[in-house]
Design a protein around this ligand. Sequence first.
Ligand code: TTP
Ligand code: MG
Length: 401
Amino acid sequence: MNIPDQQSESARFPARRIIIHVDMDAFYASVEQRDHPELRGKPVVIGADPEEGRGRGVVCTASYEARKYGIHSAQPISRAFRLCPHAVFMPVRMDHYISVSHQLMEIFNRYTPLVEAVSLDEAFLDLTGTVRLMGSAEETARKIKKEILSRQGLTASIGIAPNKLLAKIASDLNKPDGFVVVDRERIGEFLNPLPVRRIWGVGEKTEEQLYQMNIRTVGDLSRLSDEELKHRFGRTGKILKQLSRGEDDSPVVPQRNARSISNEVTFKKDESDISVCLNTLLWLSEKVAFRMRSHRIKAKTVVLKIRDCGFNTWTRHHTLIHPTDAADTIYGTVRKLFEEKDMDRPIRLLGVGMTQLLFADGGQTDLFQDEKKDQITRAVDTLKNRYGETIILKGGLKHTE
Ligand code: TTP
Ligand code: MG
């Protein structure tokens, strides 16, 4: 093993950025509990109709009370029903959640123009430039949390850190209603004890490999020698090391500067249930559409990405006559593309994206702008290509039954 790098942490994080990651707690379920006070404190499951245990389709989310029974996102609804038949099962009111999301994003935008909506209930905010005007980032983050509660009656978990990677890990650490600050001088102290799984890109398979090497924590990983990492993981080893040291210089990109918008998920176990796949495509379409609408963007080209269990990857495009930001149009198109593909092997990954972005006000984004693909995106892509694991979603689509 290598002796840990002696370079001081502030030297490794030179640009003093302050990023926060806000993630709403049990989002759809919390909105329902807010709107229906009689549901507060009760197990609430949002998703497909359980039909007394015979229902097809999946759980979108579950209140924290329901999670105690083992219910979680992307679980077959029939399984959720078996786990807790007395839970309150409710359908998805997507339009409603979208309008709540827009109001949340409005709150964020009042604090900084650098807001990157990652999904309906999640955003990165770059607060670096706001300190002089608004006081410490911690104060600002607390104000945001308070404002979300007072205006929307909802709780959020927030992570504050010198970069996106650490902010995202932090927001997830103390859910629900979490507030975790990562001190730039104590990044090692923060990261080292965490299970290695907390690192972006480390999914079940990499975790297994690392366990075999007796690597359990992020600290263990960061102490592995470069040679060993290279030997075991090839080029990805270097990236793993950077991530394990909490290094990430990717910027917070407001959607207006993006060239395409996409969301994807990797199933924890390869999926052959078509209804689960279609449900996931619907959810991904909703996410993409939401991101477009919140930034007043429309787009013409719909992209479907599929990876099967053998790591064969296909992308299929369809260009619409009119630009859209409507989830049902996007879903209708990807669904068709999906059905045309005739999959004969279980699916590992699904992605939905839109390219040829147009601003709703008529302007076109600079599609050819030579925007350097940021380091973390490359890192995560490389890991995904190599290991195909759950990366985007902290909880991932857990098909563990
Ligand atoms: P998440 O932020 O992953 O989950 P959450 O907000 O419900 O719970 P928490 O963050 O406290 O762990 O997703 C946000 C919303 O996206 C969620 O409320 C429902 C929806 N969703 C799906 O529809 N399908 C899924 O598989 C997942 C993971 C989320
Ligand atoms: Mg959430």
